[in-house]
Ligand binder design. Structure first.
Ligand SMILES: O=C(O)CCC(=O)C(=O)O
Ligand SMILES: [Fe+2]
Length: 392
């Protein structure tokens, strides 16, 4: 498989299902619209820029382990730097033709690629097969946990077929020999700056980027007429409505809603707890979806959950705002289709949801603590690495 003509490698089950699920949670909570149509991405710099630097922690051991694997396989121990790390998802309509990963002047520094498949062909999406132009294997069907490693040059020309359903998710890394393209140095510098604001209250709650980064449009021409906000869409397909206290007449600009507090509703019920902004609500919901099976097993019940009836004026506010953020609701449902069917059931376990909120907070605080400890060491080395767990 690793012939010198086409140096490449597949690692089966390199990531555990838990690791895949955690990265999926991060992507569904934090992604923005990507660099090409029908593509979403979550970069590490974006996590830092949106008050979510602690969500880097799950990437750290994976990045480090993969760098070692790549160095070992291509025989370049201690020579490589990570050039880029990102979660990338493709939905219906996305594809890429034959190319090598260093095929632009600004990509020349890329020496190796590692594509980690976080979900599975036919289970989670359809289409999206990976093809090499020459050599074996000819076709790779993404399987959650598998990693595909190859040189970024013309010995590994490849393409990806069009996605026809669902959301195909990868963790994609590129490696370089050129230290001036070391992602770690940039991240450590950004982290040092952002964590200076550590004393700011709620500095661990997500802070939205600019609204255009969350606006999905089928094409540039119909940007404002069609399309939808991806945070709204991800909540909508899981059956949630969004209730702001103010109505649209209080705002000059829709983007102001991004940083407004809100409550979540479902059917005729309102969960009477405020979230600081839509990203906060989205992250809590995605965390619940990630952990729901564990919660059911533990049967945690909270006595005092505040779920109240949704009043008529509140319903009216929901239905007047929804079409502004989901201009094309049908398309939003199609784009995020694979989860849509299972999630809109009538019954919703509000007490499980309420119980998951302190669990989410514990998760965030644990990661923040790990980040602050690690950063001391990272600054000294100007590199990002896993601190042995007994040092945490
Ligand atoms: O996701 C994949 O399987 C490969 C994507 C790709 O070729 C690229 O991003 O350059
Ligand atoms: Fe590629």
């Amino acid at each position: 498989m690793s012939g010198t003509q086409h140096p490449r490698l597949i690692l089966h089950n390199y990531l555990s299902p838990q690791e895949c699920k955690e990265l999926e949670f991060i992507h569904r909570s934090c992604s923005t619209v990507g660099y090409r149509p029908n593509v979403f991405s979550t970069t590490l710099t974006h996590l830092i820029a949106t008050n979510s630097a602690h969500l880097l922690m799950p990437f750290v051991p994976i990045r480090e382990g993969l760098k070692e694997k790549v160095e070992e396989f291509f025989g370049c121990e201690y020579e490589l730097f990570v050039e880029f790390t990102g979660l990338i998802s493709w939905v219906r309509g996305a594809s890429i033709g034959w190319h090598s990963d260093d095929n632009r002047p600004y990509l020349k520094q890329r020496d190796f690629a590692a594509v980690c498949y976080l979900n599975t062909y036919k289970n989670d999406f359809d289409g999206g097969l990976f093809h090499f132009q020459d050599g074996e294997p000819k076709t790779v069907a993404p399987l959650g946990g598998d990693v595909l490693i190859y040189t970024a040059d013309s010995r590994n020309i490849h393409s990806v077929g069009e996605i026809s359903d669902g959301e195909r998710l990868t963790l994609t890394l590129w490696f370089t020999r050129d230290c001036s393209h070391d992602e770690d140095a940039k991240l450590v510098s950004l982290l040092s700056q952002s964590l200076l604001q550590n004393n700011v209250p709620h500095s661990w709650l997500p802070l939205p980027a600019s609204s255009n980064m969350y606006w999905f449009s089928p094409d540039q021409a119909s940007h404002d007429q069609l399309g939808f906000d991806i945070c709204w869409a991800r909540l909508h397909i899981l059956g949630f409505d969004i209730l702001y206290s103010q109505d649209e007449s209080c705002h000059h600009d829709m983007s102001e809603f991004l940083t407004e507090p809100l409550r979540l509703a479902r059917g005729d019920r309102l969960f009477d707890q405020e979230f600081v902004n839509i990203l906060h609500a989205l992250q809590v919901v995605q965390h619940y979806w990630w952990k729901a099976s564990e919660l059911q097993a533990e049967e945690i019940k909270i006595e005092s959950i505040k779920v109240v009836e949704l009043l008529q004026p509140q319903r009216d506010r929901i239905s007047s705002l929804k079409p502004l953020f989901l201009k094309d609701r049908h398309q939003a449902e199609k784009v995020f289709s694979s989860v849509a069917c299972e999630s809109k059931q009538e019954f919703f376990d509000w007490s499980g949801f309420a119980a998951s909120i302190p669990m989410w907070e514990d998760y965030v605080f644990r990661l923040r603590k790990e980040l602050l400890t690690s950063l001391q060491h990272w600054k000294e080395q100007e590199s990002i690495f896993n601190i042995a767990s007994d040092a945490k």
